[in-house]
Design a protein around this ligand. Sequence first.
Ligand code: GLU
Length: 305
Amino acid sequence: MSLVGRFAPTPSGRMHLGNVFAALISWASVRSRGGEWVLRMEDLDTQRTSAAYAQTLREDLQWLGLDWDRETPAQSTRSAVYQRYFHRLEALGLLYPCYCTRSQLHSVNAPHLSDGTYIYPGTCRDLSPEQRAAQTRPPAWRIRTPDQTISLEDLAQGQFQENLLRQCGDFVVRRADGVYVYQLAVTVDDGESGVTEVVRGVDLLSSAPRQMYLQTLLGFPHPAYGHIPLLVAPDGRRLSKRDADLDLGALRQRVSSEEVIGVLAAAAGLIPKYTPLSAQELASQFAWGRIHGCQLPITELQRLL
Ligand code: GLU
């Protein structure tokens, strides 16, 4: 079977060191085994994203030496495609309208997930046709989740499992304003473009069981997953978009792409000690076995500042 990896950035600003790390690992993983690499712009949030950011992102990838074989259409252009898959889920009898307001959802006394969303308590799951007809606001659409544990063997995090009903709850696939959500869009896009390996930050690990559930329902094979650690400063502080001096706009004025790659490769333990190197050189010595954990201190951070 052919190997297809992908990078699916949100073009809402300049690439940050964390995005560079995800792109680099995904690229090196597939290129080290002769696989294909696909680029996709995740611009569902049209308020925050722009074509100009998408273009800068492509230039930043080129500067890093990360080449892609094809770019699949941006998510903002694919609403009609997502709608088709939405109707397939509807035909399976798995979708229902949810009229809960944001404040209702936040006031329920339910434990919440690591990404800040609440475990949906099923408020609108079994409304009668009369109760639905009496609603006045447009609904979001949720998918029923099974009382079933979904497991995966993550390339960086090892065994991970989640019971979708108990640990996530029925989740939204289309918002009340008609926008299809990330979970559905990413499943359809990865599935249709034949992606076999998904590499991204560990903050998205808990999305994998939701996406695997949708893959099963929509007839797509499960890809391999590698959820890589989040970058932190040597003192343990999480690096974020607020560290503007570590976005590629600033980095490109100070250091070379080989220096950026060398710092990240050394932090990840992919090379024994810091040395500037090209993406190509990294691919030739790439091994998943070295990448694990949830946080990765950038030990040579001072070289980039
Ligand atoms: N678009 C997401 C981001 O930029 C990544 C989603 C994914 O890789 O599945 O963080």
